[in-house]
Write a protein of this length. Structure first.
Length: 442
């Protein structure tokens, strides 16, 4: 019988010991442990259900949802989880130690993102950063106008913020996107005027992975809406793009640590000098009064570390991950030639493969993939007990049937050839089985 044991030295699996640096991945109702070999930045491929004696391989292809925390990030944050309890807002020595570490992390993040340390505002997530940016800037500029313009396939954190502003009397407009998942710049220009106070366009779409022409967006906004504050959700961009360069013309930029090897629950909003915001969370006045609440010092340190490592390794990882993604697509497409890629392939980030499998239900396929050890995601969500098509795919003009048949495989730094091999072997088998079942039941 295969057994596992945990000791002070680490986790032992079939006689091999690994240091106790692991991430627990919540996959529906099971927890999984992933161990890291000493000195390795890539998780070992063995994951098993906690409390189980049977090893279950897990091929994690959902990096767009969340990424494994880098060992270096864990190591950097541990002292401020275990040994440094000070609140950075306090005055005693322990508090000042926390304050010093927090400000050092802020300076490091600012240098990597091409801004000043004073322009970094720590938040609890990318969604919170989006909320603060969209609602905070609109409310602060209300005296200049009432127009808010975004796109039809923004992250829900942006769209929900815009809808909230609509209830306060703001005019909300959503620019269309093409079938390839790119903003319609002509329509964007038509929606802008001197009364527009906020424009929010994401850098990389979170579902289909298409990169938006932010430089062109910036030029249109500055020409047509001189009073507008320009915000971009760059949460999905950090592993793939030099965010400092791509967002240099934006007033507000949101990122989230867990999308690039940092911990969950840690976000950043860049607030350029001269950009007025009204806070969404009020209280003790931390973060220059823009985001009250005790700052997550350990999370900020880990985010800074993960950001540095991601940027240092980006060049090599882009080539490696793009090759894995292309091989995955070739394997699926050869076996299932009727499959289609959703979104303009030339505009996609390296790790995104969003595929339509005509004639099947993606949610059923995902459940079967999970049972076979493959973690992926669908471009749909459950609402009120009914499966609804992804609003992103709907905005791109896809039919309901095709949207409900679409699956997102997202690769990242932890992805390996073994993940791709497993997917190529298992996905076609399951898709064919689902289609045969559909024919029999018809």
């Amino acid at each position: 019988m295969l057994t596992t044991s945990v000791s002070a030295k680490g986790v032992t699996v079939i006689g091999a010991t690994f240091p106790l640096m692991f991430e627990r991945l919540r996959v529906r109702r099971c927890y999984y442990q992933r161990s890291f070999s000493s000195g390795s930045s890539t998780p070992d491929r063995v994951i098993w259900p906690i409390g189980s004696s049977t090893i279950v391989p897990m091929h994690y292809l959902d990096h767009a949802a969340s990424t494994p925390v880098l060992p270096e990030a864990i190591e950097a944050m541990l002292p401020f989880l275990a040994d440094h309890p000070g609140n950075p807002s306090g005055g005693h020595r322990a508090a000042q130690e926390a304050k010093t570490a927090l400000e050092e992390a802020r300076e490091n993040i600012a240098a990597l993102l091409g801004c000043r340390a004073a322009e970094i505002v720590f938040t609890g997530s990318g969604t919170e950063a989006d909320n603060l940016a969209v609602k905070g800037s609109a409310r602060a500029r209300r005296h200049l106008g009432d127009g808010v313009v975004t796109t039809a396939f923004e992250h829900k954190g942006v769209l929900a913020s815009a809808h909230r502003l609509a209830s306060e009397g703001f005019r909300i407009y959503e620019a269309a996107v093409t079938s390839g998942g790119i903003i319609d710049l002509d329509q964007l220009a038509d929606l802008l005027d001197e009364r527009t106070v906020v424009v929010s366009v994401m850098l990389v779409n979170n579902e289909v992975g298409t990169v938006q022409p932010l430089d062109k967006v910036t030029a249109v906004v500055r020409e047509r809406a001189p009073n507008a504050c320009l915000h971009t959700d760059a949460v999905q961009a950090v592993p793939w793009i030099d965010v400092a360069t791509a967002t240099s013309g934006c007033d507000l930029v949101a990122i989230s640590g867990h999308k690039f090897g940092g911990p969950k629950g840690m976000g950043v909003l860049i607030v350029r000098d001269g950009t007025d915001l009204r806070p969404d969370i009020e209280g003790g006045g931390q973060e220059r009064g823009l985001r009250s609440g005790t700052v997550n010092v350990a999370g900020a340190i880990a985010l800074a570390t993960a950001l540095r490592i991601t940027q240092e390794r980006r060049g090599g990882e882009l080539i490696r991950i793009a090759a894995l993604r292309d091989r995955l697509w070739d394997g699926i497409h050869v076996a299932l030639p009727e499959t289609r890629v959703n979104g303009d392939v030339a505009a996609k980030v390296a790790g995104n493969l969003h595929v339509c499998f005509p004639g099947i239900e993606a949610e059923v396929l995902l459940l079967m993939l999970d049972q076979r050890g493959i973690a992926a995601a669908a471009g749909s969500s459950c609402s009120s007990g009914a499966t609804e098509p992804s609003y992103v795919l709907k905005a791109m003009g896809m039919s309901r049937e095709d949207a409900l048949a679409s699956v997102r495989f997202s690769l990242g730094v932890a992805s390996t050839d073994a993940d791709v091999d497993a997917c190529i072997a298992i996905v076609p088998e399951l898709v064919r089985g689902l289609r045969e079942r559909t024919v029999v039941n018809a």
